[in-house]
Design a protein around this ligand. Structure first.
Ligand code: ATP
Length: 364
């Protein structure tokens, strides 16, 4: 009997709504082609516009739906002119990350054949690595636990970083297990590189020591480490050498944007926030207010995030039809870009969201 998967769909604000519409159509089309699986894609309100209009960024019903769903598909949230009274951004994604304990931020950086790359070196065509960002502690700890930050006078401000054994162990285990499942060619061994700043921060030295402990349980995977400042350089000089890169929360945040730039920008970079029992899938980009409403947002990152969702669900439920569907989306995206002519404005062309959607549908 085929399984029905409940997907909580949160389009959000700005281009989140536009790329989600294209993605929902794509998933619907995929289901029409295959009778082997069923997704119940149900939309829920959340985001900055919802906060502005109703005073609530993440309604209780949306939160409950996310908690009960098999997976969460998320567009983007936040608007520059809408802020909480203390001036901070409306970010339900951080609330979901914390509330559902989505500790691993998985950001694949893969060069899509035919899509424009930032580096002229032809070896950049082989870029294929994954940043695994720790998302429950690190330098974001104070954001999650403001009560733990020491009170300060008007002339000072504090942030608090925290690294725990539990948080680091589960992150590194996740990274090594991921490395083992990635297909590697004969000349490319599974490799996990811990990106850190252990030469300066005690928490980082502690995190690295745990990395070394965990690495011992995975002797078949090559394990090494690199300082985050050096990794910023290597992202430009030799990004094709890396495989899986676990790192601290803030470092992962920064490196993800740099990584996205290598493969064509934010519109090309998918992501997943994964915990032990829940997962949320969203493009790496924000709401892009500068282009919202024009129908020119690049939906590729959203499509590839949906593929990650199908892959995660397929693995979790041992459902080969979902794994197959994930591969079909990835291959269709690759094929759509292969003729080098598909270009939204962020890629230097003039194609619309709907033209990218049509090209991917045709490739399917
Ligand atoms: P956030 O802080 O919410 O992550 P941000 O301020 O970093 O958002 P984005 O909203 O991701 O920024 O946009 C950054 C730039 O990239 C903008 O100029 C935007 O137009 C462009 N951009 C982002 N995503 C896309 C996309 N899918 N298609 C086209 N351009 C995009």
């Amino acid at each position: 009997m085929k399984h029905l998967y409940e997907i909580a769909v949160l389009p959000g604000d700005g281009i989140g709504v536009e790329v989600m519409q294209a993605c929902s159509n794509l998933l619907q089309h995929l289901q029409n082609l295959s009778s082997d699986f069923r997704l119940n894609l149900k939309q829920y309100p959340a985001g900055a516009a919802h906060y502005r209009d109703f005073g609530d960024a993440l309604p209780q019903a949306t939160w409950e739906a996310c908690r009960n769903a098999d997976a969460i598909l998320f567009g983007a949230m936040g608007l520059p002119e809408v802020r909480y009274p203390d001036g901070t951004e409306i970010g339900p994604q951080l609330t979901l990350r914390q509330g559902l304990d989505l500790f691993a931020g998985v950001r694949p950086i893969r060069a899509i054949p035919g899509a424009p790359l930032a580096l002229a070196d032809s070896r950049a065509e082989a870029i294929d690595f994954v940043i695994v960002r720790e998302q429950s502690e690190g330098w974001f700890f104070g954001r999650y636990h403001p009560e733990k930050i020491p009170s300060a006078g008007a002339d000072e401000a504090y942030d608090l970083g925290r690294v725990t054994r539990h948080g680091s162990e589960r992150l590194f285990r996740f990274a090594f297990e991921l490395a083992q499942t990635r297909g590697h060619s004969a000349n490319r061994q599974a490799r996990v590189t811990c990106v850190n700043k252990s030469n300066v921060h005690r928490g980082q030295a502690f995190m690295l020591s745990i990395f070394k402990e965990v690495a011992q349980s995975f002797p078949q995977v090559h394990a090494d480490q690199c300082y985050v400042d050096a990794m910023a350089l290597y992202f430009v000089k030799q990004p094709w050498l890396y495989d899986v890169l676990p790192t601290e929360n803030q470092f992962g945040d920064i490196l993800s944007d740099l990584g996205a730039a290598l493969i064509g920008g934010m519109g090309m970079a998918p992501s997943a926030d994964i915990g032990l029992s829940h997962a949320l899938f969203q493009p790496s980009h924000g709401t892009a207010p500068d282009i919202a409403g024009q129908g020119i947002a690049n939906p590729t990152a959203m499509f590839l995030s949906a593929a990650m969702m199908l892959q995660w669900l397929g693995t979790r439920h041992q459902d080969a039809s979902l794994l197959q569907a994930a591969i079909r989306i990835e291959r269709a995206v690759d094929r759509a870009f292969a003729d080098k002519a598909l270009r939204t404005p962020d890629l230097g062309g003039s194609h619309s969201t709907s033209e990218v959607y049509q090209a991917v549908i045709k490739a399917l």
